[in-house]
Design a protein around this ligand. Structure first.
Ligand code: UDX
Length: 359
């Protein structure tokens, strides 16, 4: 029996690749559509790779005509808050124009089910904690605005053209595949947990902690860290929800628990038995002091509960990718994870721009 194909834009990226692995495990064929500008070709291992840019409407059409996907999971985007402030044109072009092109291609091919990567960045500085889906969305960065616009455009397409959507608002994605087949490597790497691990392993000299004077329990920023394999599983649940005739929805994907930067540094030190050199800096512009989700809607609507998102498990799964051993664990970590990660670090220059090639 042929497996139903799912078009996964951005499937060579961090969350996209972990989702492809789970899609394949559940009997789907993930067809990755990615321009490899930030994704990694080595992360595409569970289905075909179409190298193309989401703004290239012809390439999208060709991919859909070739593989006949039954749904689209749309990850492809630029996703650095700081960069979006300095390069808004790139962000509006890729994240907004690109999303419209993906939706138009889906519509032209009678694909009704759309799963969209959104972000807690759409809420801006939250009016209350935990952040509920009904909280007002006032993004404070161009990145956050592009994601909110994406949500609104999808909503309008759904109303007018009979499409159905699952908008998933991620909190802080982190960790790595527990089997050691996939990891987190962004280039440049700006995210907290990978950088703390890089400081622990000596890849960088120290972790810079941005702000120690916030109104939080220990003065550092608090975030809701959710394991990437949990996020991937939520996408699978969202897909099955839509396939089963479920209604369109927009839900937070978080744990409901806030963790401070200091607690992250302590966890890395504890789990890897390494000291983590840290220096304290002034606040990073645009950082809300505290962000954590109310995870209730995802639980009620999708039956989704995180399973790997305690901080020690997050650190244990991510650490091998930075050449770090961890204290004994129940998780079956693959022995090959560290060399793969180190190879990625050396080759972090990234991919090519062979628009529209299908392999
Ligand atoms: O080197 C660092 C990196 C980060 N941090 C701090 O650690 C916290 C987490 O920062 P990260 O950059 O990992 O993540 P952020 O919370 O800024 O945004 C993240 O979550 C929302 C998503 O939509 C964004 O795409 C993602 O980057 C922030 O308070 C940040 O200032 C440091 O103190 N030092």
């Amino acid at each position: 029996m042929t497996r139903p194909a799912i078009l996964v834009t951005g499937g060579a990226g961090f969350i996209g690749s972990h989702t492809c692995k789970q899609l394949a495990g559940a009997g789907y064929l993930p067809v990755v559509f990615d321009n490899l500008s930030r994704g990694n070709e080595k992360s595409v291992a569970w289905g075909p790779l179409v190298v193309g840019d989401i703004r290239d409407r012809d390439a999208l059409q060709r991919a859909m005509k070739t593989y006949r996907p039954t749904a689209v999971i749309h990850f492809a985007a630029l996703a650095y808050v700081g960069e979006s402030v300095h390069e808004p044109a790139d962000y509006y072009s890729t994240n907004v124009t690109g999303t419209i092109a993906v939706l138009d291609a889906a519509r032209a091919n009678a694909i009704d089910d759309i799963i969209f990567s959104s972000s807690c960045a759409t809420y801006g500085v939250p009016e209350a904690l935990p952040v509920r889906e009904t909280s007002s969305q006032n993004p404070i960065s161009p990145y956050g605005r592009t994601k909110l616009m994406g949500e609104q455009i999808i909503g309008d397409y759904a109303s007018a053209y009979g499409m159905k959507f699952a908008i998933l608002r991620y909190f802080n994605a982190c960790g790595a595949d527990p089997d050691g087949e996939l990891g987190e490597w962004h280039s440049p790497e700006t995210h907290l947990i990978p950088r703390v691990l890089m400081a622990a392993s000596g890849i960088i000299d120290e972790i810079e902690v941005f702000g120690t004077d916030y109104d939080t329990s220990d003065g550092t920023c608090v975030r809701d860290y959710i394991h990437v394999s949990d996020l991937a599983r939520a996408h699978l649940k969202a897909l099955m929800h839509l396939e089963g005739g479920g209604q369109s929805l927009a839900v937070n994907l978080g744990t409901g628990r806030g963790v401070s930067i200091k607690e992250i540094v302590q966890a890395v030190s504890r789990v890897t038995a390494r000291s983590v050199p840290a220096v304290f800096r002034t606040r990073r512009p645009g950082d809300p002091a505290e962000l954590y989700a109310d995870p209730g809607s995802a639980r009620e609507c999708l039956g989704f509960v995180p399973e790997l998102s305690d901080i020690d498990t997050i650190v244990r799964t991510a650490a091998p990718f930075f050449g770090l051993k961890t204290k004994p664990t129940r998780l079956p970590l693959a022995k090959t994870a560290a060399p793969v990660a180190l190879r990625w670090l050396r080759n972090s220059g990234g991919g090519s721009s062979r628009a529209g090639q299908i392999r």
